[in-house]
Design a protein around this ligand. Sequence first.
Ligand code: FAD
Length: 557
Amino acid sequence: MLGSLADLKNSNEEHDVVIVGGGAAGLTLAHALGAAGKSILLLEAGGDKRTKASQEFYRGELTDEVVHPPTHNYRVRAIGGTSTIWGGRAIPFDPIDFEKRPWVPGSGWPFGEDRLSSHYTQAMEASEAGRPEFFPEDALPGAQKELAPGLDGELVRTTIERFSKPTNFWRRYGEELTRSDRVKIVKDAPALHIQLAANGNSVDWIEVAAPDGSRIKVRGRSYVLALGGLETTRLLLASNDVRPAGIGNDSDHLGRNYMSHLCATAGTISFAGSPDGVAYDYARDDEGIYVRRRLWLTEKAQRDFSLLNTTFRTHLPEPADPSHGDAILSAMFLVKDMVLYEYSRKFVENPVSWGGRLRHVGNIVSQPFRLASFGTNWLRQRTFAERKLPSVVLGSRDNRYELEFHAEQAPNPDSRLTLSTQRDSLGVPRLKIDWRVTELDLVSLEKSYGLLSRELALRGAGRLDFDRDRLVFKAKRHGIVGGHHIGTTRMSTDPKDGVVDADCRVHGVGNLFVASASVFPTSGQANPTLTLLALTFRLAEHLGRIGEVQPLQVQAA
Ligand SMILES: Cc1cc2nc3c(=O)[nH]c(=O)nc-3n(C[C@H](O)[C@H](O)[C@H](O)COP(=O)(O)OP(=O)(O)OC[C@H]3O[C@@H](n4cnc5c(N)ncnc54)[C@H](O)[C@@H]3O)c2cc1C
C-alpha cells in the first residue's frame, strides 16, 4: 500500500523491516520480503518523477570536475531510482572475481560464486534479462560462436552480454507492492539520520524529514539501507553522533575503496577475412532477449598475466570526427553532444570546431534516405518498443572497428568519499568525492591490450592498433562509468577489513543491513546491477528467516 508521513507520525507501528530507498535494490527487497510474509516499510526520498529540486540533494563536491561526473547526474532521486534511466546490461560476476587474487590487493569476497548462483537466476528474472546463459553456445545454440572466426582460444573468449528491457523496477513491482497489505511505501520521505542506541550496537530509529519541516522517528526490527552506493555511504558517514567516525567505520573503511569501471574506446581492431564473418550486431535469443557478443580475457589469462578482469566490445567509429562521412554518426554526435553530459565532457580538451559541426550537418544533408530509414527503425525498435534495442551498432565495410574496453578497477583506500563542509537544504553534509585510478588499473589495461593484440596476430584473426599514451589518457581522464558506485561499504569476514559482514549486516550493529553495490569488495568486469540484485535476494533470504513467517495477504484491486 502507499502510506504517508502523516500516518507514520501518528502511529507506533513497528515494521519487521524498514527499507530506506526505492530503487532496484529497495523495491526488489520489499517485493521479496513481502512475499515471505514480512511487514515492510519502504521510505523513498523522491516522488513519482525526478525534479531539478530532488536532484539537487545529490549534488556533491568533486576534487576533479573533469575526471568525475557531477554527482547529481547518473543517479535518480525518485521512486524507481536509477532504474528509470539505466542501460539494462545484465552480466554476472565471474568466479575469479570472488577469489583472493595475489596480484590484486584487497581482493577476495567472504564467499565464492557458488553461494550466489541461485540468486543470479532470481536476479535475471527480476531484471527481465532471460536465462543465465553467458556463452554463445548456450544463449544462441546453432549460431556463430566467435565474434570473428579463429579468434577464441584459452586466453581470449567470446562471451555474451544480455540486456534487460531495461526494467524500471517501480513499473515492475509498483502495482503489486501498492496492493500488498504487508508492504507500505512512503514517497517524499528522505531519511536524514540513523539513530544508534547509546551502546552503538543497534539502530533505535531512522529520522525522516516531513515536508512541513518536522522530523519523524521511524522504527523497525531490522533496517536496510538501499539508497545507492553514494547515498548509503553518505548516510552512514553523516550519522556520527554515537560513533564519531560514522556507523560501521570502526576499521576506517567506510567511504574508502571507491571504484567504478574504466570504459572508453581506444585503438582499432581489424579482423581478417570477410566483413560478413564478424558477429558485431545484437541478436535476440529464443525468448526475444537482446544479447551481444564481446571479448573477454579468460581466467587463465588473468592468472598468467596478473590482469584485472577486462572485456572488449567492437564499437562505432568516433562519431565526433566528421571525416567518417556517415549521416547516422553525425546525427548521433550532434544530438548526444547537446543532451548528454557524459558524452560532451569527452571533448573538453579538444572541442569540435564550428567548421567540424558544419561538416556533420553536411553529412546529414547528403544522406537523407539513410538517416530516415535509420530513424524509422530506431522509433520502432527503441522509442516505442517495450523491449528496447540497447544501442546503435553499425557494421564496417573495411572490417575495422573502434575497440571499447570495460575494465575492473582495483580497490584503493585513497579513492574515497568523505563528508564535505557543505550541507544540503535539509542539513545533511554533502559528499566530497576523490575518485582515483591506480597504477595497477593502468598497467593491467595496457597489458590487456598487448595480450589481445598478440593473440589476434598469433591466431591470424586480425590486428589491434593502439597508442599506449592515448589509452592511458582516456582511462584516466574520461574512463569512469558515471553510474557504477562500488566498494565504499565493503564486505569482509573480519570487522577490521570492512564495513559489512557476509550477510551484508553492518559490523557491530545487529539490526542494520546494506543492499547496495557499495558492499562489493572488488568491481569485476561486469556492470553492477545483476550482482546487486543477486545479493539483494540473498539478503531477503536471510531477513526472511528472522522471526516468524506469515502468509502474504493481497487486497483486492
Ligand atoms: C545512465 C546509466 C546507465 C546504467 N546502465 C547500467 C547497465 O547497463 N547495467 C548495470 O548493471 N548497471 C547500470 N547502471 C547502474 C545502475 O543503474 C545501478 O547499479 C542501480 O540502479 C543501483 O540501484 P540502487 O537501488 O542501488 O540505487 P538507486 O537506483 O540509486 O536507488 C536509490 C533510491 O534511494 C532513494 N534515496 C536516496 N537518498 C535517500 C534518502 N536519504 N532517504 C530515502 N531514500 C533515498 C533514491 O531516491 C532512489 O530511489 C547505469 C547507471 C546509469 C546512471
